[in-house]
Design a protein around this ligand. Structure first.
Ligand code: GDP
Length: 458
């Protein structure tokens, strides 16, 4: 008699939908191998009788309809030696929308329930296979758009960030324990040298937290992509530049001004940084409502941009008017593109101090490499691969909370023995903030927020 399953194992299609050579349906949890038993008819090949780390070929049947569903290769993993740390089956059937759906339906009919987004990785975390930064790296790796972003995710998946934060967590917990020890055994007496030692430990921690927070910018660019906005007057050559940077004709190029009336966004990569490249409506005075809306969107995009490539067409008399409007441009995140350098200029560029300018031609390609280099330099991304872990916004929030609480803890310590309890509380809060980064401290809400970003099947 088979035992009743109180919490059924989870199942999902782990591969992308659509035409493909192979699809994988994954089943994980207590009872996963018994689900497999119900999918194959021959007693001799039942997964529950097989050792972990083996695979076999089988015809898979839907236990409800009795119909043969597919011929598949079935991989058997036994806890804790699987991705989730649980008994797991991976059923590799024929790819394609229908075969994968039929395989999944058969697994559900055999007693599994449909997995939630990220539930396999969540179980890997709950079973101690990975920490929360590694779980986040799984998502980053799947979504990586450049090799550089994939390299970052890979390093985080190997535990680079988790280990670094883990060390700081332990140092804070140890300091907190030392302060609590004073409270327990010495009735609030602070031995000589304790304050000096605590100060040094907190100063070191503060430096480490600040260094980690400082890695956010590069991490954000690699994970989320940099917003690079091309702006300028109508006919300055914005659409031509978008096309030249993309290497294909995405935007309509026309000698008639006002062709691009709304922003066009495309993804590409520059020096390993994923870019969201946006061509905007030309900036000019107009009575046309649609164009006015396009222009106000263009200005909003310019304000949000990580880098704004602002084009000036010096072959046009109108460029002279442009020169007076440079107050809109922030030198730190603007590259002025002096467009159409293959043509004779009707005026010489007069640029505000601090603005970086590059001459280029989308038509001949001259200067495009310099323009790319200038954009990359404004993004502040070094040429070589990041040698240290780069944090994401969730980590920054917790690192800042930890720094603030550690600071308050240090201040309370300095105020004397009567403030030891307060100091210990702040240090405990600081440690907990770091604990939430790696998942040594977590709540259901925190896990939901992290794993809801995942796809079903991961
Ligand atoms: P936008 O209105 O700013 O998007 O400008 P477009 O990219 O549509 O270009 C306006 C006109 O300038 C078109 O006739 C283009 O062919 C021309 N143009 C754009 N870039 C160059 C360039 O580098 N050299 C030359 N000679 N013409 C260009």
């Amino acid at each position: 008699m088979e035992r009743a399953l109180t919490a059924p194992p989870i199942a999902a299609i782990a591969t992308a939908t659509g035409a493909a050579g192979v699809c994988v349906v994954r089943v994980s949890g207590a009872g996963a191998l018994e689900v497999g038993d119900r999918l194959v008819r021959e007693a001799a090949i039942r997964p529950s009788r097989r050792v972990g780390g083996t695979f076999f070929h089988a015809r898979v049947f839907d236990p409800l309809s009795g119909q043969a569903v597919d011929d598949a290769v079935v991989l058997v993993y036994r806890a804790p030696h699987s991705y989730t740390g649980e008994d797991t089956l991976e059923i590799q059937g024929h790819g394609g929308l229908l075969p994968s759906r039929l395989l999944l339906e058969a697994a559900l009919a055999a007693g599994a329930r449909l997995a939630e987004p990220g539930e396999f990785t969540k179980r890997a975390f709950l079973n101690g296979r990975i920490d929360l930064t590694q779980a986040e790296a799984v998502c980053d790796l799947i979504q990586a758009r450049t090799e550089r972003a994939a390299h970052l995710a890979r390093a985080q998946l190997d535990g680079a960030l988790g280990q670094r934060v883990g060390v700081l967590y332990e140092r804070l917990t140890a300091l907190c324990a030392d302060v609590e020890h004073l409270l327990d055994f010495d009735e609030g007496e602070v031995p000589d040298g304790f304050m000096c030692d605590a100060d040094m430990r907190l100063a070191g921690l503060k430096g480490e937290l600040a260094a980690l927070i400082g890695t956010w910018h590069e991490g954000h660019l690699l994970r989320d992509g940099a917003l690079v906005v091309i702006s300028g007057r109508p006919n300055a050559g914005k659409s031509s530049l978008l096309n030249a940077l993309l290497g294909r004709n995405r935007a309509i190029v026309h000698h008639e001004p006002g062709t691009t009336r709304d922003a066009i966004e495309e993804g590409c990569a520059l020096g390993g940084v994923p870019l969201r490249l946006v061509d905007t409506a030309g900036l000019r005075e107009t009575d046309d409502d649609v164009e006015t809306e396009g222009i106000s969107r263009a200005r909003a995009m310019m304000r949000q941009a990580d880098v704004n490539i602002h084009l000036v067409d010096l072959t046009a008399r109108a460029a002279l008017a442009e020169v007076g409007r440079q107050d809109e441009l922030e030198p730190a995140r603007t590259v002025v593109g002096l467009a159409k350098c293959d043509l004779p200029w009707v005026c010489e560029p007069v640029l505000s101090e601090g603005l970086t300018a590059v001459r280029f031609s989308s038509k001949t390609g001259d200067g495009l490499e310099e323009l790319r280099a200038a954009v990359l330099s404004k993004l502040g991304v070094a040429g070589e691969l990041p040698g240290q872990p780069l944090v994401a916004m969730r980590h920054v929030t917790e690192l800042r909370a930890a720094a603030e609480q550690a600071q308050l803890g240090g201040a309370a310590l300095a105020e004397g023995p009567e403030r030891l309890v307060i100091a210990a509380n702040h240090l405990r809060d600081a440690a907990e903030a770091l604990g939430r980064i790696v998942g040594r401290v977590y709540s259901a809400d925190l896990l939901d927020a992290i794993f809801s970003r995942f796809c079903v099947g991961k």
